[in-house]
Design a protein. Structure first.
Length: 400
């Protein structure tokens, strides 16, 4: 089970399964609100608390260099198991908002050991010439996993606690695969890195990592707010999906998003990191600006619009991870990727909060316009990056 292709497929599979708990509550928010009498303004914390927990976990992991000092497959498996256990516990004991927010915070905290660790594992099995496509596969797995609760809730008439139990079981299976079958590869340093809490900050003092991170931050401003609120946007739009709007969201954000990740990764290897990122940011930014017009579109047109948006909004995520992994000290790739996601997910808390406030002040037709600020920042940052798709240098332990 150690061949590169098999390991990349296993790592992607673990990500799909383990990250099913991420949006498990977000996918059933209307049922949770009705059952536990939670207002719309308070319900936003059911998602925001996960993001805050992820930030806390990622900052802690980056400061302690966990992804570079702990065997990565063990860190991945343990984190996935804990996130699944907390999700199942929430389904068992939740009786109001406070305990739900606290347990969702813990879910995010443990997921910080799943996603960045998975990126490092995928990079370890990918040579520089194929790393963009490999990272695209990983981010595609994240996309499918994040959208999976919409499929579970949309296809089966399950009570919301049952949806959480199902996604927790899926996450537990991902943990088991990580422990038993996943192992690190040969393309990154295998030596145990020295403890260096300041590296995550020093990374931002170098021009190339800084620009890549700024592009990523713009991408993140848009991504998770869209994933959180696109079901509500579609629900309020004029189109009628006959009760299958959740399935449509899974298809356009999950399945088509997965395809967009692969396309973005292929483009990064074929045309360079900068060009692939700028193209995806431009398309998704245009979707932000056109969203008020799509609000009145018929169901087939709105589905196509969501598919284009779902593919483009995530297509560049793997590109940023690839570019950063090639631009930092090979002994601290895990720390760099974790720090990048920590700041990026902190931004998502703000954008997730702003969208419903804008909808309340105007209407849902205009609520997603604010997300265009992210792609604009990303295009400006990546436009200043050197047009280079290959690593700065090659070392015996990997790429830098």
């Amino acid at each position: 089970m150690r061949t590169a292709g098999v390991q990349r497929a296993l790592i992607a599979t673990v990500q799909v399964l383990a990250l099913a708990v991420w949006f498990s509550v977000s996918a059933v928010v209307p049922s949770v609100q009705q059952d536990l009498v939670i207002s719309s303004s308070s319900a936003v914390w059911l998602t925001a608390s996960v993001q805050l927990g992820f930030v806390a976990g990622a900052v802690t992991s980056a400061a302690l260099n966990l992804a570079d000092r702990v065997p990565v497959h063990l860190l991945l498996g343990t984190s996935a198991a804990l996130a699944a256990a907390v999700t199942s516990l929430l389904a068992l004991v939740a009786a109001g908002l406070p305990e739900m927010v606290g347990l969702r915070f813990l879910t995010g905290l443990f997921l910080a050991g799943v996603y960045p660790t998975g990126m490092k594992l995928m990079a370890s099995w990918a040579p520089a010439t194929r790393r963009g496509l490999s990272m695209g596969l990983l981010i595609g797995a994240l996309t499918l996993g994040s959208a999976l609760p919409n499929l579970v809730g949309g296809l089966a008439a399950l009570e919301w606690r049952s949806v959480l139990h199902v996604t927790a079981a899926v996450g537990g299976l991902g943990s088991l695969l990580a422990f038993v079958l996943v192992r690190p590869g040969p393309h990154l340093s295998r030596s145990k890195s020295p403890l260096d809490p300041g590296y995550a900050l020093r990374m931002f003092t170098r021009r190339r990592p800084l620009l890549i991170n700024l592009g990523y931050f713009g991408h993140m401003w848009e991504l998770y707010a869209l994933w959180t609120w696109i079901p509500v946007f579609v629900l309020h739009a004029s189109a009628d999906f006959g009760g299958y709007s959740q399935v449509m969201v899974f298809a356009t954000m999950g399945v088509v998003g997965f395809a967009g990740c692969l396309l973005g990764g292929w483009a990064a290897d074929r045309f360079g990191r900068r060009r692939a990122a700028v193209t995806a940011l431009t398309v998704s930014g245009a979707c932000c600006l056109l969203s008020p017009l799509a609000f009145d579109a018929a169901a087939p047109l709105l589905a196509v619009f969501c598919a284009v948006w779902g593919a483009s909004v995530i297509a560049d995520s793997g590109v940023f991870s690839t570019a950063l992994s090639e631009s930092v000290d090979p002994q601290h790739v895990g720390t760099a990727l974790t720090a990048q996601t920590a700041v990026g997910f902190a931004l998502t808390v703000a954008s997730i909060q702003i969208v419903p406030l804008l909808a309340e002040a105007t209407q849902w037709r205009y609520a997603l316009l604010v997300l265009a600020a992210g792609p604009i920042l990303g295009v400006l940052a990546m436009g200043r990056l050197e047009a280079r798709g290959t690593p700065e240098r090659t070392t015996t332990s990997g790429t830098a």
